[in-house]
Design a protein around this ligand. Structure first.
Ligand code: DP6
Length: 321
């Protein structure tokens, strides 16, 4: 019986991944940049044993069906690499409050890649782990390296991996995640990526990516908050423009989401270092200089439609526990 436990942080994309050039291998249509979130993590234990099939327990509840299949697909890759055939017991917990619409496949598949490869006796490099995590969930490739991370498009499976561009201590940023209640069930990212190409705006967004990556990377390296603010809002708006103009259309924003956009831009215009970005949901990630996190959290809590605010700093790499 071989067991291993690993922990990985979630991440928030500054330049978004939306659409794949190869859905099976999860090779993205464009490169992306993110920051790990130290407050939001998943801890996963994988035990290869003599059971008849793989099993999965998340936050003390047994998971079957599609959720388990997705985990088994990654375990199959690991079994193939390690040349073993044992089934595995996977138990996972995350520290995000339930029912907030925060379900991070990034933290989950990064922790699973690290725990399962170790439990199988493999010692993968950071690039190898990032590549494996990517196969479970694209954004998980970015939760393997530390701090501020760029996921390179690469030319194929081998070099399509994420690398750290700066450690967490490089720039003391915070993410104040404003939870905006979404009543209806949203389309998950995997289905969303498959629709990206149906929007006539996707080609233009993809063609422009190198420009946005350059601006974002250099804003991070120079710690230029104003430049970072402008590019992340622009990039988030571009991705949501593609989503809204896909067929069928995806509209993730709620009234509360848009209310926060206006508030954040007003706050910035009057001198506060804050900027918004939104993933495939209604919640708004408000990025700010860490010394402004308390004030930003307080202001967000006063806005209509905001039910909670979670605050995270810049997180490190995925690690064994
Ligand atoms: C909008 O990585 O969740 O958050 O590979 O299908 O699991 P799958 O998709 P996922 O997509 C993330 C989309 C996004 C933008 C981003 O994180 O870059």
């Amino acid at each position: 019986m071989h067991s291993a436990t690993a922990q990985a942080f979630s991440n928030i994309a500054f330049i978004k991944y939306w659409g794949n050039r190869d859905n099976a291998l999860r090779l993205p249509s464009n490169g992306s940049i993110s920051m790990n979130l130290d407050g939001l993590f998943t801890r996963t234990t994988v035990t290869f044993n003599l059971s008849q099939r793989d099993s999965l327990v998340i936050n003390e509840r047994a998971v079957t069906g599609k959720g388990l299949e997705r985990v088994s697909t990654m375990l199959d890759l690991v079994r193939g690499m390690a040349n073993i055939s044992e089934c595995a017991e996977v138990t996972s917990t995350n520290n995000f409050p339930a029912g907030t619409g925060i379900a991070s496949s990034a933290a989950a598949f990064a922790a699973l890649a690290l725990a399962s490869s170790n439990a199988a006796g493999l010692t993968l490099s950071e690039a190898g782990l990032s590549r494996l995590a990517r196969r479970g969930s694209g954004s998980a490739s970015r939760s393997i390296p530390s701090g501020f991370v760029e996921w390179k498009m690469g030319t194929g499976d081998d070099d399509c991996v994420a690398v750290s561009i700066a450690p967490p201590e490089h720039w003391n940023l915070a993410d104040c995640v404003a939870i905006v209640s979404a009543s209806h069930k949203k389309t998950g990212s995997t289905e969303g990526h498959a629709l990206a190409g149906t929007s006539p705006l996707q080609n233009a967004r993809v063609a422009d990516t190198a420009r946005r990556l350059d601006i974002c990377r250099s804003a991070i390296l120079k710690k230029d908050f104003e430049a970072l603010a402008n590019i992340i809002e622009h990039d988030s708006d571009m991705m949501h423009s593609v989503m809204m103009t896909s067929n069928p259309p995806l509209m993730y924003w709620q009234a509360g989401t848009v209310g926060i956009f206006h508030a954040v831009r007003e706050w910035r215009a009057s001198g506060s270092p804050v900027a918004y970005t939104v993933d495939a949901g209604a919640n708004v990630h408000v990025i700010c200089l860490a010394e402004h996190a308390k004030e930003t959290e307080k202001r967000l809590r006063e806005l209509p439609g905001v039910s909670d605010v979670l605050v995270a700093r810049v997180g490190g790499a995925a690690r064994m526990v």
